[in-house]
Ligand binder design. Sequence first.
Ligand SMILES: NC(=O)C1=CN([C@@H]2O[C@H](COP(=O)(O)OP(=O)(O)OC[C@H]3O[C@@H](n4cnc5c(N)ncnc54)[C@H](OP(=O)(O)O)[C@@H]3O)[C@@H](O)[C@H]2O)C=CC1
Ligand SMILES: O=C(CO)[C@H](O)[C@H](O)COP(=O)(O)O
Length: 473
Amino acid sequence: MANSLYDFGMIGLGVMGRNLLLNMADHGFSVIGFDKDAAKNNALETAATPGTTVKGVSELSTMIQLLERPRKVMMLVPAGQPVDDVITSLLPLLEPGDVVIDGGNSHYTDTLRRVQQLREQGIHFMGIGVSGGEQGARTGPSIMPGGDEDAYAKVKPMLEAIAAKVKGVPCVAYLGKEGAGHYVKMVHNGIEYAIMQLISESYTLLKLGAKLNNDQLHEVFKSWNLGSLQSFLVEITADIFLQNDDKTDKRLIDVISDKAGSKGTGKWTSQDAMELPVAVPTIDTAVAMRTISGYKEQRLEAAGIYKAPENTLHAPVDMWIQQVHDALYFATILSYAQGLAMLHEASKDLKMDIPLPEVVKVWRGGCIIRSSLLEVFTQAYQQNADLANILLDKGVAYLIESVEANTRSVVAQAATAGVPVAGLMSALSYFDAFRTGRMATNLIQAQRDYFGAHTYQRIDMPGTFHTEWQHNQ
Ligand SMILES: NC(=O)C1=CN([C@@H]2O[C@H](COP(=O)(O)OP(=O)(O)OC[C@H]3O[C@@H](n4cnc5c(N)ncnc54)[C@H](OP(=O)(O)O)[C@@H]3O)[C@@H](O)[C@H]2O)C=CC1
Ligand SMILES: O=C(CO)[C@H](O)[C@H](O)COP(=O)(O)O
């Protein structure tokens, strides 16, 4: 490779950058990576498949000089200031027509700003969401590109080669203008938060209601993964229960602290949903539950003050497992429904032209929220590409109706027994509000007009009305 130029460059050779670059090399592309840390450059070259062309360098200018023109460079560095720092270092080294990709979890508004900034210099900037974690990056992630369509054409062959494949179709497609790729990835992560919360609630319900040990929990989740709940998150959950702790004779799950971390993409989804506005209460709840998990000391103090209700979860084991299965299935569909409805609204409101039929296809493989349900949603969007909410699809309605009664039963029993299942409850409440033709919000309108002359509309005639309410009679 002494006199040849490389097809693709990567900045940041951490978990994602290293593995994505090795994936590209395995598909016949010659690749070069830059990291300030020489050890990471060596690790990249050592991990390369024999016969592939992979180089690591410690100088950014060296990497840029060694790239085929127009240059195609991706960065996989932490979101925020590091992305701007990389852009500042890159700009003097690039030429008009070069393509710069941010493959990290950046906020889409930052991506919009960077698209403008680089456009002024004739450089294409693309925000591309990548999902699948370490393993996915190495063997086939789900890829969510947005931005300049001409720039996408330049990297499309490479992205299609490295993406996960479902029925031979690559899990990558052009997902809309400017910040659309990062917007779709943000909502993907919001749905990820919701489903993870729901699975953790199901775990509690199985432990308390059926007294399952870790081996039994493994068996239940393993069998669920063979049926309608088939998904990456259910699959890894089954594995987790079998992992032994290497420091004690316990299972690892039983010694992990219940304080849950987060890097912010779930919170962004909730914040942006409020801005639109679109209701995503199960995602909001999942974010809130991670926050409450951090109140460890207060929770321990409160546990000493408030007596827990008696554990009244005593259904026959097989029946309880089926009921919890159905509740998880119901609420998982509701989580996708909320996230997809948000994308539908954002696509119009933010003028990003996000093609929802393509989004659900891209999520079928490689990503953290991949599941057999994505096939159902793909069919729903084949019927109606502009579906505002997948709950309005007849096929989805049939699935919901089949598990609705068991969901109500589980939520009611959990409430009586004092088991925290806010994710399941929020999904059921969203559903009940969504399927209600006349909500009680007429009273809210009356109150607003009473105290603030905010006006209201009537059901029997057009127009806007205000009433001089008879105060405190
Ligand atoms: N891990 C995951 O499962 C997923 C992560 N992502 C996203 O991908 C991005 C990268 O994540 P990940 O690979 O896990 O992170 P890592 O921390 O493993 O790697 C980040 C890399 O960026 C480098 N870096 C940091 N700051 C700079 C800078 N200013 N200039 C140049 N290089 C810099 C680091 O180099 P050094 O350490 O030498 O400073 C490191 O090599 C993030 O946005 C993350 O949210 C997306 C999907 C999944
Ligand atoms: O993007 C991802 C997967 O698609 C990351 O794994 C995800 O961001 C993890 O988020 P958090 O640390 O907030 O749980």
